[in-house]
Design a protein around this ligand. Structure first.
Ligand code: SER
Length: 388
């Protein structure tokens, strides 16, 4: 099943069950939302409605949201991580709750007629184990059991796994939140149903919301992987033409993400969003100098035709950025050839270690020592400046 069919099946399934199809919001969050640089989940643009504001399209919504998560940048290249992905989601804004949400997830995953026809025997799920803020989610577990998932395939996990946004040590979320139940096909996490009935402020659960919501998220790339019988996302139809041009997963991923960022108005720069785009482009460039065909493969991808519009300037924006980078890089490398310490690539050319390691041989232990010393010196001079 091609990715375009997966999208269509998902939307049709929920449309038939009373959901209004809404378009993807931009990858660049609204000005009023300064909590993240990029939209990282389908929930983000919908926060005001999960908090109780009425949505113009109603209480049942379905969408495909473009997302970027760059905290996983170092995991890109393994089988299931990418920096850009599409998240399929159905939403209840104070309408249906656990029973319908779980039943529909199950139906869509396993139904041969209306859904993806996955094998129920390869499905297992997790539910929230409970803590001081919220009880054990026996209700969800019971619904799964009733559906036919055997007890031993229903695992209880804590707030780091079965709460959204995940309650880990860095949990500082303000907004709607709640326990979730996750679905796995063999070992691949394919869908997450979040039951948002709590609210959080600066990482503290403060109480219940005025309404009970459902936020679900299924990664299109992972669904495609499972439905196309692949063991990694880069072998799915979403990546195959891009991979042929890119030659490596990192290049394919980063250029795909860069094209989507540029489509939403991001330009390379030294700060925030622009810096993330710059890093992606540089990381790609040091691995593949011929990025034009990779960009073409993304913007002409059949799965994106009619759905997303890329900037007509994509090639130019990337070429100009990399031209500047190439000049700086060449100048730096020339100096190293003349005997300069590779550390100047960091101090004089502003290249991060991850790039330097790609372009020249370094003694990592020595380099790290130099970095520590450099940091110490700059903080000392910073303190002195501050004293004056
Ligand atoms: N927000 C949840 C997630 O990202 C479900 O949509 O998993």
């Amino acid at each position: 099943m091609l990715s375009s069919e997966i999208r269509q099946k998902f939307l049709n399934f929920f449309e038939k069950r009373g959901h209004a199809v809404i378009p993807s919001a931009s990858l660049v969050p609204n000005k009023s939302d300064s909590s993240v640089l990029f939209t990282t989940a389908g929930m983000q643009p919908l926060v005001p409605y999960l908090m109780g504001n009425p949505h113009p399209a109603g209480k049942r919504l379905v969408n495909i949201q473009k997302c970027v998560r760059t905290q996983d940048i170092d995991e890109v290249g393994d089988n299931t991580h990418d920096t850009f992905f599409e998240m399929l989601g159905n939403w209840s804004l104070g309408d249906y709750f656990k029973e319908e949400a779980i039943q529909w997830s199950y139906e869509l995953l396993t139904s041969k007629e209306e859904g993806f026809g996955l094998d129920i025997n390869r499905l297992h799920v997790t539910v929230f184990e409970g803590d001081e803020y919220a009880p054990r989610d026996d209700e969800s577990a019971k619904i799964w059991e009733k559906i036919g998932i055997p007890k031993e395939k229903i695992k209880y996990l804590g707030a780091a796994d079965n709460w959204w946004p995940a309650r880990k040590t860095d949990f500082n979320w303000t907004g709607p939140t709640g326990p979730c139940t996750e679905m796995f096909y063999d070992d691949v996490e394919i869908w997450n149903d979040v039951f948002m009935e709590y609210s959080a402020e600066n990482g503290k659960i403060t109480g219940k919301l005025s309404q009970k919501n459902v936020d679900t998220g299924a990664g299109l790339e992972r669904l495609a992987m499972v439905l196309q019988g692949k063991d990694n996302i880069f072998d799915t139809d979403l990546f195959s033409s891009i991979m042929s041009a890119a030659g490596s997963r990192i290049v394919a991923d980063h250029i795909r993400t860069a094209c989507f960022m540029i489509a939403d108005g991001v330009t390379p720069s030294n700060t925030d969003r622009g810096y993330i785009l710059r890093r992606l482009l540089r990381r790609a460039y040091v691995r593949n100098k011929d990025l034009g065909p990779v960009i073409d493969a993304v913007i002409n991808h059949t799965s994106y035709k009619g759905l997303y519009t890329f900037s007509p300037d994509t090639q130019e924006v990337i070429a100009q950025e990399l031209e500047k980078f190439k000049k700086a890089l060449d100048a730096g490398l020339k100096q190293i050839e003349k005997g300069e310490d590779p550390f100047i690539l960091f101090t004089s050319f502003g290249l991060p270690l991850e790039i330097i390691e790609e372009v020249t041989k370094i003694d990592r232990a020595k380099f790290e020592k130099q970095m520590a010393e450099h940091k110490r010196l700059s903080s000392v001079s910073g303190e002195q400046k501050f004293k004056k």
